[in-house]
Design a protein around this ligand. Structure first.
Ligand SMILES: *Cc1c(COP(=O)(O)O)cnc(C)c1O
Length: 450
């Protein structure tokens, strides 16, 4: 039995910016969709928030039952400029009416080149750069590895503990965590090695000491003469919003440069203004050889890129890189609008202000609650790690309970971390202070009740 249709509001920033709970979550219409999902969609594709989304914008997601939820997740760091940003929506509509596809490898078009130019200009370093566009973060990481191997004529790749790089075969091998990303999906790609990450809360090491530990393992177990690339997230995303200690990333990057190893920064999650800098690498003073981007790049449209030193990017023979849809014109039009918003609407400054607000609120909570073991991050990429106060051991059960309770009260929060004990806050940069504060109030109440 279908329920009567509801009037669906337009998305974007004109959507009323409020938390409004009119039914239990999920409400009846959402419940109906979730039943269809269970019957029609593969069980491996999960969901965090049990709603049927019908509109989103500013700092809210509205469901089919008329609930308006505060969005502290941005669809995993994607809607950085806000969902249905008016200039993104306009650019998408205009491009879709012009042409939706030619395949850039068949008949090139201007927007792809303009996105490449913007990436070459915006990414760290003033050396000559080139870019190639793809569809997803995982595809960008795969291509960065291909490019580094071709350039160095070496094969081994080092990734780090807690790292996340995607769900394709090569990127599963690069990703650290077995459940849910890898279990049962092997065999994985060969010539992938893992080094220890700097994780200040849990290893107590300075950045240089953590780097020395990693480099020693790389030299002994892989050998610089075999190593094509090191792939690292400057701030780890799925692994727990882990911020390496100062000095760690520069030491790794310097070692790479001295050893003809390509330093690849995976900024799929941390890039495009998320941290209050255009790219998180800038916060640590590192200039990557190659940088992978996706998520926040195009206001919600699927687009990804590899950008880096021209001589490395040009190592591949013609036809070696690409894909049918890579740099789709509609996605490129969206990216140009999203990049314009990031550069010209004060959004980097806004990310820093969001970071100050989140950090202040979470540190105040931490001062009165020993179950918050750490508050960390930069800009609108902030996390709280939950622990057993007696032992410091990760408390995944508490984390899951707090997140579930917050969602039931209309606040979208995402968890992450190797140990599942981190709540990450990554709101759209278009969220207002009031809504952000209310979101944290709800999380705080859920923590107090847990
Ligand atoms: C999400 C993510 C990926 C994978 O991106 P997809 O678009 O989901 O393929 C890769 N690296 C990092 C750091 C990510 O956060």
């Amino acid at each position: 039995m279908s329920l009567a249709p509801v009037t669906v509001p337009l998305g974007g920033p004109t959507l009323p910016q409020e938390r409004r709970i009119v039914t239990p979550i999920p409400g009846p219409r959402s419940q109906e969709l979730l039943e269809r999902k269970a019957a029609a969609v593969a069980a491996g594709v999960g969901h965090t928030v049990p709603i049927e989304a019908v509109a989103a914008g500013g700092g809210v997601v509205v469901d089919a039952d008329g609930n308006s939820l505060i969005d502290l997740g941005s669809g995993i760091a994607v809607t950085t400029v806000g969902s249905a940003h008016p200039r993104v929506a306009e650019a998408v509509a205009a491009q879709a009416a012009q042409f939706t596809h030619t395949c850039f490898m068949i008949s090139p078009y201007e927007s792809y080149v303009a996105v490449a130019e913007a990436l070459n200009r915006l990414t760290p370093g003033d050396h000559a750069k080139k870019s190639a566009l793809f569809n997803s973060g995982a595809e960008a990481v795969e291509n960065a590895v291909k490019i580094a191997r071709k350039y160095t004529k070496k094969q081994a790749v080092v990734a780090f503990d807690h790292g996340y790089h995607g769900r394709t075969n090569l990127t599963m091998a690069l990703t650290a965590k077995a459940m849910p990303y890898k279990s049962g999906f092997g065999p994985f790609a060969s010539e992938i090695y893992r080094a220890p990450m700097s994780y200040p809360l849990r290893d107590g090491l300075s950045g240089p000491d953590a780097a020395a530990r990693a480099i020693s393992i790389i030299e002994k177990q892989v050998g610089a003469e075999n190593l094509a690339a090191v792939v690292i997230e400057p701030i780890q995303g799925e692994g727990g919003f882990i911020v390496p200690a100062d000095g760690f990333l520069p030491a790794i990057a310097d070692w790479c440069r001295a050893n003809d190893v390509v330093f690849i920064a995976d900024e799929v999650q941390s890039g495009f203004g998320r941290t209050g800098a255009m790219f998180a690498s800038e916060l640590f003073g590192v200039v990557p050889d190659l940088i992978t981007t996706a998520k926040g790049i195009a206001g919600g449209m699927p687009l990804a890129a590899v950008t880096g030193r021209a001589e490395i990017m040009d190592a591949s023979h013609t036809g070696g890189l690409g894909g049918t849809y890579g740099g789709n014109p509609v996605a490129c039009a969206a990216a140009l609008a999203a990049i314009d918003a990031l550069e010209n609407d004060g959004l980097l400054e806004r990310a820093r202000a969001i970071g100050a607000l989140l950090r202040g609120r979470l540190e105040a909570l931490q001062a009165g609650d020993a179950r918050i073991g750490d508050v960390r991050g930069h800009g609108a990429m902030i996390a709280a790690e939950f622990v057993d106060p007696a032992t410091g051991a990760p408390d995944a059960a508490l984390t899951a309970a707090v997140a579930k309770a917050a969602i039931a009260e209309g606040v979208i929060v995402l968890t992450c971390g190797t140990y599942g004990n981190v709540i990450r806050f990554l709101p759209p940069l278009t969220i207002g202070d009031d809504l952000l504060g209310e979101g944290i109030d709800v999380v705080a109440a859920a923590l107090a009740a847990a």
